[in-house]
Design a protein around this ligand. Structure first.
Ligand code: 5GP
Ligand code: ZN
Length: 192
């Protein structure tokens, strides 16, 4: 099918519905191929644009699998993003071996950022889904320098603090742990 025609069709609600249904059925890797080409993704996704060299970024490091660049709107000076070249939307889609490679870069970048800006600490942050605050729907890891009492303290601290929820009984925690363990047995690993 002619490409222009395909993307014209894609704008039609019926076709969008079909694509939506297909997206549920297809594995992530096949879904990406059937969805949009690399060329198209570099237009619709800012991080694909940077990874393909079509969009500008202040690049720290790159290799065949990963590109590392400065965040355009840093939370603290030195805020760096570690991004796989491939367009995986979130952590559920990233194959485990790729995740291991990405986090080995995160580890090295964390040490380098800490040294560069003289940070007292580093927050490594990774968001999945809009409810979690993800705004760019291409998997990425934030490496954020931290300083005691910096303006981020409240926000980042609040994320892992007690939020006024009623304190669960030990039996509730045990029950939730058991249910998560059950679901953990059913998690399907993404295709390599
Ligand atoms: P998220 O909230 O999705 O985890 O974070 C996305 C991050 O990407 C934000 O911190 C935002 O400032 C950064 N960002 C968004 N668009 C661009 C861009 O085009 N270039 C760069 N360098 N950073 C971006
Ligand atoms: Zn992308």
């Amino acid at each position: 099918m002619n490409h222009n025609l395909f993307f014209k069709l894609f704008e039609k609600p019926m076709v969008q519905l079909t694509v939506k249904l297909n997206r549920k059925i297809l594995t992530p890797a096949r879904r990406r191929l059937s969805y949009r080409s690399e060329e198209e993704m570099s237009v619709v996704c800012p991080f694909c644009g940077i990874a393909s060299g079509k969009a500008h970024a202040s690049i720290v490091y790159e290799d065949a699998a990963v590109v590392v660049f400065m965040d355009l709107n840093p939370a603290n000076i030195g805020h760096t993003l570690v991004v796989p070249r491939e367009h995986w939307e979130n952590i559920y889609e990233v194959p485990e071996d790729a995740l291991a490679d990405i986090f080995s870069v995160v580890k090295r970048v964390s040490a380098a950022v800490k040294k560069t800006v003289g940070a007292e600490g580093i927050s490594v942050l990774q968001l999945n889904g809009r409810a979690a605050g993800q705004t760019v729907m291409h998997f990425h890891v934030h490496v954020i320098p931290r300083f005691r009492g910096d303006p981020l303290s409240k926000a980042v601290g609040a994320m892992v603090e007690h939020q006024g929820l009623e304190k669960p009984e030990r039996s509730d925690l045990d029950e939730t742990a058991r249910k998560i363990w059950e679901n953990l047995q059913k998690v399907r690993l993404p295709d390599k």
